[in-house]
Write a protein that binds this ligand. Structure first.
Ligand code: NAD
Ligand code: MG
Length: 380
């Protein structure tokens, strides 16, 4: 039995991870953490019987402790409790399915404790990739990507990293593909939450509509695969069947295909280097008929270029892009700002920021806080 800890077990990736655990049969869950959904984590504790669990919100932790008092699961409280679960769980691998920079401390703690990481929490690499990747190297920790594009890139590179020339990262284009700025200006959170191919948490669904998600993924790929962002080409692929491709020095392009179902990359990360039971429907290419590709419209969707710029600047700039985005998306989700304002606010935060080179974790958190404050002020 391989032992795993699941951080963010009540979310979209968290629940799909537990579904993969049910299918695989030889994985044991030793720790679970969540933010506020006490009902769901209680059900998960009763089913998976982890040694420890944690709730990020202390009053929810207190409630959970009472609810599961009859079990052997110890309940920890607050962000420190989540971090302790990441570091202390009796687990070989930690699945980081927390959303946002909130997952950074727990990811670092898990790496420091020598645990392999199944990484869904891309914001951790976007903000602190220059700290996370070397630390993983020092600790001899494997980072297995859960993001479908990065799983595809990892699988396509296989053992030929030295011949890697370029990454071609695919993007669905989101629900507003083909629209111009005038049309985008009128879009509400209800429109933006309707993704054509994937069912995901609210934050990443909005990121997919603005294409900020593709920008974050380009920075994530830069850190995971050690290529500068100018060697990572995004391409819109509406059907989300080719999850990404790599081009080698000889001109060969290798890609990974599959139905758009996150359980595939999750299972790959959990069982690597093995492949085990089927976790999704088989891919039926004849039924799909054709695969289409388009350029990104940089005028309607400036986020990809903004992310590349943040990556080229480096230091604390990607943390500012990410922090401004997290704050603006939270505002958009409560009707506190317009759709186009999300990228405008990111742009403004990046323009105002004086980046710190070779930042510490404290510098990164300060840059994140500064960007959030700027967005809140702008929306006041
Ligand atoms: P989600 O909102 O559905 O779930 C987030 C989880 O994190 C929940 O369990 C929640 O309780 C927990 N959480 C939220 N805030 C927290 C905090 N402050 N402290 C501790 N825990 C907290 O999100 P999701 O869609 O599952 O995404 C999770 C991560 O995976 C994100 O980084 C996202 O970009 C990435 N990802 C998701 C998908 C997808 O299909 N959903 C695909 C690729 C990558
Ligand atoms: Mg992705």
């Amino acid at each position: 039995m391989k032992k795993i800890a699941v951080l963010g077990s009540t979310g979209s990736i968290g629940t799909q991870t537990l579904d993969v655990v049910d299918k695989e049969g030889d994985l044991r869950v030793t720790a679970l953490t969540a933010h506020s959904n006490v009902e769901l984590i209680e059900k998960q504790i009763r089913k998976y019987r982890p040694d420890i669990a944690a709730m990020d919100l202390p009053d929810k932790a207190a409630e959970l402790r009472l609810r599961v008092a009859d079990t052997d699961t110890k309940v920890l409280s607050g962000p420190e409790g989540v971090t302790e679960c990441a570091a202390c769980a009796d687990a070989e691998m930690v699945v980081t399915a927390i959303v946002g920079i909130a997952g950074l401390d727990a990811t670092l703690a898990a790496i420091n404790a020598g645990k392999d990481i199944a990484l869904a929490n891309k914001e951790t690499l976007v903000t602190a990739g220059d700290i996370v990747m070397p630390l993983a190297g020092e600790r001899g920790v494997n980072i297995l990507p859960v993001d479908s594009e990065h799983s595809a890139i990892f699988q396509s590179i296989a053992d030929q990293k030295k011949f890697l020339k370029r990454i071609i990262i695919t993007a669905s284009g989101g629900p507003f593909f083909g629209m111009k700025r005038e049309e985008l200006a009128k879009k509400t959170r209800f429109d933006a939450l309707k993704h054509p191919n994937w069912t995901m948490g609210a934050k990443i669904t909005i990121d997919s509509a603005t294409l900020v998600n593709k920008g974050l993924e380009i920075i994530e790929a830069k850190h995971l695969f050690g290529l500068d962002v100018d060697h990572i080409t995004p391409v819109v692929h509406r059907e989300s069947i080719i999850h990404s491709m790599v081009e080698f020095t000889d001109g060969s392009v290798i890609g990974q295909l599959g139905v758009p179902d996150m359980r595939l990359p999750i299972a790959f990360a959990l069982t690597w280097p093995l492949r085990k039971v089927p976790v999704t429907e088989p891919l039926d290419l004849v039924k799909i008929g054709k695969l289409t590709f388009y350029d990104i419209d940089g005028e309607a969707f400036p986020a990809v270029e903004m992310a590349k710029k943040a990556a080229r600047t480096g230091g604390t700039m990607p943390a500012v892009l990410n922090g401004a985005n997290e704050e603006a998306v939270a505002a958009f989700l409560r009707d506190g700002c317009g759709f186009l304002e999300i990228t405008e606010l990111i742009q403004r935060a990046m323009e105002r920021h004086r980046p710190v080179e070779n930042p510490s974790v404290a510098d990164i958190k300060a840059a994140d806080a500064e960007a959030r404050e700027l967005v809140r002020e702008a929306l006041n």
